[in-house]
Design a protein around this ligand. Structure first.
Ligand SMILES: NC(=O)c1ccc[n+]([C@@H]2O[C@H](COP(=O)([O-])OP(=O)(O)OC[C@H]3O[C@@H](n4cnc5c(N)ncnc54)[C@H](OP(=O)(O)O)[C@@H]3O)[C@@H](O)[C@H]2O)c1
Length: 251
């Protein structure tokens, strides 16, 4: 497989490192300022012999990047987040140019499987009203926001399945928690790459399910799996659909 890396920041470097280990050819690296990049913008020449371009750039750059890649009839994996309000126009570009695209906010395979496990677990446990669910997440001290997007995702999965819960509570409480509230707690300290735990507690027993990230490589790995999957395909897919296909149709 021949790939192009668009955006040579932290994730772009991670993709390059893993591609080298997996003997995947990196035909071009596109970044406006990085001195190690082969091109400072997407050109016809930078897309020559590229099977899939992998974009980890900036939200504002995604629309133009997808357009430039699609016009070169190259498929694309977009890991960049924060552009989803432009999904309809990006979909139109992909469809008009008859190329394939995979996008998603979290390319970690483990985290996506974790979402499916929580969905199944909460469906089962919600049938028994004495179990009370909760979410805890922990990240390094440099993380600028809380709760994490992953914590919000699992919390919403639980909310969907527990009819007794209809409100997420992210704050410290100076009162008893209401029955309809799901408490989502964040901790920031040290160097944790990302830890998420979902618990279901009854008076007599506790079930806890957790996922720990060991770093950015898990995202790079997922992006490369998505890149391999999208070769020869057309249309828009999210990473969840890619995993469903791999899990249910290819094994
Ligand atoms: N889906 C996932 O699993 C996942 C995982 C991790 C991160 N992300 C997302 O991926 C994105 C990148 O994250 P990061 O940590 O790698 O950020 P980063 O370190 O800031 O890297 C972004 C790079 O893209 C470059 N860039 C800016 N405009 C560009 C353009 N038009 N074309 C090509 N490159 C351009 C930037 O250059 P300058 O610095 O010169 O602007 C920078 O080198 C973010 O949106 C982040 O949220 C997604």
């Amino acid at each position: 497989m021949n790939i192009s890396i668009i955006g040579y920041g932290r994730m772009g470097h991670e993709v390059k490192k893993l591609a080298d280990i997996l003997n995947i050819n990196v035909k071009s690296i596109i970044d406006p300022t990085d001195p190690e990049a082969t091109h400072n913008r997407i050109t016809n020449e930078s897309m020559k012999d590229v099977d899939v371009a992998i974009d980890f750039s900036k939200p504002d750059a995604v629309l133009e990047n997808v357009k430039a890649v699609a016009e070169n009839k190259v498929n694309i994996v977009v890991g960049t987040t924060g552009w989803y309000d432009r999904l309809p126009i990006v979909t139109k570009i992909v469809e008009e140019n008859k190329v394939g695209m995979v996008y998603g906010p979290n390319f970690s395979i483990g985290a996506n499987i974790f979402f499916k496990i929580i969905n199944y677990a909460s469906t089962l446990i919600s049938k028994f009203e004495d179990f009370d669910p909760y979410v805890f997440e922990m990240h390094h001290r440099m993380k600028a926001d809380s709760p994490s997007g992953t914590a919000k995702e699992v919390a919403n999965i639980i909310l969907k399945n527990f009819t007794s819960k209809n409100k997420l509570q992210f704050d410290r409480l100076n009162r008893r928690i209401e029955k309809n509230e799901l408490h989502v707690v964040s901790l920031r300290a040290g160097y944790h790459h990302g830890f998420h735990l979902v618990g279901f507690d009854s008076e007599y027993e506790t079930i806890e399910i957790s996922h720990s990230s060991k770093g950015r490589t898990s995202f790079a790995k997922g992006a490369l799996i998505a890149a391999k999957w999208i070769i020869g395909k057309k249309g828009m897919y999210n990473f969840g659909q890619v995993l469903e296909d791999i899990i249910f149709n290819q094994f």
